[in-house]
Design a protein around this ligand. Structure first.
Ligand SMILES: Cc1cc2nc3c(=O)[nH]c(=O)nc-3n(C[C@H](O)[C@H](O)[C@H](O)COP(=O)(O)OP(=O)(O)OC[C@H]3O[C@@H](n4cnc5c(N)ncnc54)[C@H](O)[C@@H]3O)c2cc1C
Ligand code: FES
Length: 269
């Protein structure tokens, strides 16, 4: 059950330019949180900014949860100013996370930029459930923006890198590395990152007949399904609507359910 709690910050790290990791002591949330779920964080005391900001769990520990975020705008600028010992209000765990299914022959994570955030928790969950570390592809603009590489390697994940400028790893996009890994039916791909990347990964997975789960983003107000502010188009009709709420029906979706050609998702690489 989601709850709203004031939680102390127990760790703060600058992990890359404009990217911060915060751990908060939150045993009640950590106990039920699943990889791929998120919390709505109140980024400052008082009523400004009015809306909480959604953040995925980067790690779920026994009595704490860890967030990794990119400073984007006013909300994340306020969030990054917090120090160890200060408290933040968390609402969570929210949404539907990644199913941990040990029936697959191969698990491949594809992360683009800050889209890597939910994947350390997923990799730990898959190792616990399946006894085998997933393969990981991390895409970033440049070498200094590659996030979590050491964490995945320490977990035993075979890790591949792709950068836009070729400063490390493959010069180009993460989905091009995925294509080279030639996943076959029976594998499962997990993707999170910029929409064009997720669309390219989903198309590739569908063309190869491989299962694919994507963690989508949308601007959110309530975070728990009430306001309909976060809907995206689906290819499947449910209760007369072809809409899905990212916060409550996702943020993790089977890629075949998403209407990638709908106007607000229509990006191409
Ligand atoms: C389920 C979910 C999990 C997320 N997990 C993480 C995470 O682990 N780490 C992380 O860094 N970010 C994550 N995000 C995105 C994060 O919530 C936004 O970056 C954040 O809300 C921006 O707030 P802001 O006040 O700093 O920026 P704003 O001033 O609100 O916006 C700055 C810019 O970011 C864009 N933006 C705002 N919100 C979003 C959004 N939700 N998705 C895409 N673009 C947005 C705006 O259009 C604008 O261009 C997640 C989003 C969702 C929906
Ligand atoms: S944010 Fe309110 S329904 Fe999703």
């Amino acid at each position: 059950m989601p709850c709203i709690l004031d939680c102390p910050i127990v760790m703060r790290q600058e992990v890359a330019p404009g990217h911060v990791r915060l751990a908060l002591k939150a045993p009640e949330i950590a106990r039920t949180a699943q990889p791929g779920q998120f919390a709505m964080i109140q980024v400052a005391e008082g009523i400004y900014p009015f809306l909480r900001r959604p953040m995925s769990f980067e790690r779920i520990l026994s009595d704490s949860v860890v967030f990794l975020f990119k400073v984007e705008g006013e909300g994340t600028r306020l969030l990054e100013r917090h120090a160890v010992g200060q408290r933040l209000s968390l609402h969570g765990p929210l949404g539907k996370g990644f199913p941990l299914d040990d029936g697959f022959s191969r698990h491949i994570i594809v992360a683009g930029g800050i889209g890597v955030a939910p994947f350390p928790a997923l990799a730990e969950g898959l190792i616990r459930k399946c006894g085998k570390a997933p393969e990981v592809i991390i895409g970033a603009r440049t070498r200094d923006l590659v996030l979590c590489e050491d964490d995945f390697r320490q977990m035993g994940c075979l890790t591949h890198l792709a950068t836009d400028d070729g400063s490390i790893g493959h010069k180009g996009f993460a989905h091009e590395v995925l294509e080279r890994l030639s996943p076959a039916p029976g594998a499962c791909i997990y993707a999170c990152g910029p929409m064009p990347m997720m669309k390219a990964v989903s198309r590739l997975a569908m063309s190869l007949g491989v299962d694919c789960r994507v963690s989508l983003e949308a601007q959110m107000a309530c975070g728990d399904g009430a306001c309909l502010g976060c809907v995206i188009e689906s290819v499947r009709e449910k209760e007369g609507e072809k809409m899905m709420r990212v916060c409550a029906d996702g943020p993790v979706f089977d890629a075949t359910l998403v209407d990638w050609d709908a106007h607000n998702l229509a990006y191409d690489l």
